[in-house]
Design a protein around this ligand. Structure first.
Ligand code: GLN
Length: 302
């Protein structure tokens, strides 16, 4: 496995030249576009790493499945899906388009920005800090012993420039998809995006989501793990989710930091980092590595 991962990093690193680092969050533009890493963690807890796997990066949208898990645990599925839809979208992750045209006047799914901001509003806690602490505590349980940090510079950078997300949040309040203090809700959303990990942590988190056991000690109940994996499969790679399902074939969630968290149910958790992105916001070399890994190990679910 380790040899295969080393080959993938070597083969696809030149592809990073075809992508661009996200710059709409100014602090993210400081990342090195040539960075590339992949880590595989199997359910027996063996970990295989290649490339720049000790580099740290923010979760960005890869935080969304975990915020969803917490919202589900806090409220139950009926309440969550009364507010947020379950359908994939062909629009970009930060689009406002479907908010007005989607039949039920609610965000289309929990993994686009609008749905994630609505999800965040359903997390219990007295303040954004307390809610973030609960989310970080959940992630720590998913990746015990790993170093889960917080990148304050990225958080402040997005908070200062995140007008599109601000527009989404105010629109959501107007259509009553969120209630309460909009700026506090946004603050928590920006904070969750700035949780900082490395690829080993990402793979360990993914491996815990890949477990399908009905174990009462698992931090996320089995029925909610299934919901999260299904959303990752249908919506996790933004408006490239269909193509990713065909070419890679298992659930994943990407973030504009270049993170991809991949879940092969009952088998593997994958952590990828490659900040050079394609025009849809996915790691260009990361997606290529996962497609080849899937071909080599036959990881297609369907
Ligand atoms: N913080 C980012 C944003 O809201 C997350 C988006 C992403 O990773 N696709 O724009």
């Amino acid at each position: 496995m380790k040899d295969l991962l080393n080959i993938l990093v070597e083969k696809y690193r030149p592809l990073t030249l075809n992508g661009r680092v996200a710059n709409y969050i100014p602090e993210l533009s400081k990342m090195n576009p040539a960075s590339l890493a992949i880590v595989v963690s199997d359910v027996a807890s063996n970990t295989f790493s290649a490339g720049d796997y000790s580099m740290r990066f923010t979760l960005q949208s890869a935080s969304k499945p975990f915020a969803l898990a917490l919202a589900l645990m806090d409220n139950g599925a009926d309440v969550v899906f009364d507010r947020i839809g379950m359908e994939p979208t062909g629009d970009s992750f930060n689009s406002l388009m479907k908010l007005e045209t989607f039949t039920s006047l609610k965000p289309v799914n929990p993994l686009v920005n609008a749905g994630a901001i609505a999800t965040t509003s359903l997390i219990n806690g007295g303040s954004p800090e307390e809610k973030l602490d609960r989310l970080v505590a959940l992630i720590r349980q998913l990746a015990p012993g790993c170093n889960i940090g917080f990148n304050r510079d990225v958080y402040l950078s997005e908070k200062q420039t995140g007008d599109r997300n601000r527009a989404i949040a105010y629109f959501l309040r107007d259509i009553k998809a969120i209630s309460g203090a909009v700026e506090e809700n946004l603050d928590l959303y920006f904070r969750q995006c700035s949780i900082e990990v490395d690829c080993i942590t990402l793979a360990t988190m993914a491996k815990t989501i890949a477990m399908d056991c009905d174990d009462a000690n698992h931090p996320i109940p089995r029925q909610y793990r299934r919901i999260i994996r299904t959303f990752m499969f249908t919506c996790g790679m933004y408006n490239a989710s269909g193509e990713f399902a065909i070419n890679v074939g298992f659930p994943a969630k990407s973030g504009v930091s270049g993170a991809i968290l991949g879940v092969v149910p009952k088998r593997y958790g994958l952590g990828v980092f490659g900040p050079a992105l394609d025009h849809k916001g996915n790691s260009v070399a990361g997606v290529a590595m996962l497609a080849e890994l899937s071909r080599e190990l036959d990881l297609y679910l369907l």
